[in-house]
Design a protein around this ligand. Structure first.
Ligand code: FES
Length: 382
């Protein structure tokens, strides 16, 4: 089959060979006789219809103002965004119909950002549709199809060389190869599926403070546990905790006995990672939260050590300011205000562990954590 020349719109296209047996799609026209017409007219591009703004200068000016208004909305949205960013209190809430009580910062900044993006997007679209040139421009492409000689050579090579591999004469090889190729992905799929481990179930919401091991399928019954110094694994008397002191604490039974090395949690690192607690004593008059006071003991308060941002251990306590600082991204929590976030990317306060003292004066847990410790996850709060 021969290559066809491009033809001007409106002229007739005529096949240049006599075979009429193939359909050419790469040049946008058809050659052949098998039920298809041998002659047809190249339709060309649709007729260009001028728009209002092309014909009327007043309409063009109107369109210009509309585009400028949309870009202006975007500018206002961005400026308002900057103002609200500084003006809104992060703890302020607002009622949104259909959503309920929600963060005013999220709503305010979200709406402003939407306005600034929408203004740019709609302005650009309106500009393109009304004022930018709308003549269609065609760039001719060379045919993608290989020459007939190349195609024939490819077929010859595949047929001859493929035949030499004897795959058609040896069905046993053909079928076993097919089976091997079909089964091969199963090993990979098994590896991926099998390596995911057991479903977490409730284990992300439980800690050793719930009464013992907290892995998948394990739901311990609550019992008061002594607060133990880490790594000494010694109980802490309330009278030993002086104002300004801070202890790194683990629940009783989690760490192995320091003398015999026996006992301790089976999955020690996982359990420690969830149960770690910081214990501090403040002057009760400095504590501003009534709940914090009630959940502590004479100014001794215990908070999860796991940062609510992405789970680093909160590593620094500033005695003078009563701030807890996470070294990973500088989230800062105020211990006098129920460990509320006062700086950084964390969004939730550190959960408090309710404590009391037992008959011997040792500090014990009075209830497990009321909420999941550490960063947020998809089922948190369910
Ligand atoms: S993990 Fe604590 S601030 Fe990011």
């Amino acid at each position: 089959m021969n290559e066809q020349d491009h033809t001007a719109p409106g002229t007739e296209v005529t096949p240049t060979d006599g075979h009429g047996s193939a359909v050419r799609l790469d040049e946008g026209h058809v050659v052949g006789t098998g039920g298809l017409p041998e002659r047809f007219t190249n339709p060309g591009l649709p007729t260009h219809v001028p728009r209002m703004a092309d014909l009327d200068e007043a309409a063009a000016r109107r369109a210009e103002k509309q585009v400028a208004t949309l870009f202006g909305i975007s500018i206002l949205g961005t400026l308002l965004f900057i103002v609200l960013y500084f003006a809104l209190d992060v703890n302020q809430t607002v009622f949104v119909p259909g959503v309920g009580e929600t963060s005013a910062t999220n709503v305010g900044l979200g709406v402003c950002l939407a306005l600034s993006l929408l203004g740019i997007g709609l302005g650009a679209v309106h500009w393109a549709k009304t004022l930018m040139p709308d003549h269609e421009v065609v760039e001719e492409r060379h045919p993608m199809r290989a020459s007939d000689a190349d195609r024939a050579e490819a077929v010859r090579v595949l047929t001859e060389e493929g035949g030499k591999s004897q795959i058609t004469r040896r069905p046993l090889i053909k079928y076993t190869l097919g089976g091997a190729m079909a089964l091969f992905p199963l090993g990979l799929a098994l590896q991926v599926g099998g390596s995911l481990g057991p479903m977490p179930q409730k284990s992300l919401s439980l800690t050793w403070w719930n009464g013992g091991p907290s892995g998948p399928g394990e739901e311990p019954t609550f019992k008061p546990l002594r607060l133990m110094k880490d790594p000494e694994n010694e109980p802490i008397k309330a009278s030993d905790v002086t104002i300004g002191s801070v202890f790194h604490v683990m629940p009783e039974g989690l760490l192995p006995n320091p003398e015999t090395g026996e006992g301790g949690a089976k999955h020690l690192l996982e359990e420690k990672a969830k149960a770690a607690v910081l214990l501090m004593r403040l002057d009760p008059s400095q504590i501003q939260s009534q709940k914090e006071l009630a959940w502590g003991h004479e100014g001794i308060v215990a908070y999860s050590k796991i940062c609510t941002h992405v789970g680093c251990p909160v590593g620094l306590y500033e005695q003078q300011t009563h701030h807890l600082l996470c070294p990973c991204h500088q989230s800062t929590f105020d211990v006098t205000q129920d460990c509320k976030v006062i700086f950084g990317p964390a969004k939730r306060p550190l959960p408090q562990l309710k404590i009391t003292v037992d008959d011997e004066g040792y500090l014990v847990s009075a209830q497990p954590f009321r909420e999941a410790v550490g960063p947020s996850f998809w089922e948190r709060g369910q």
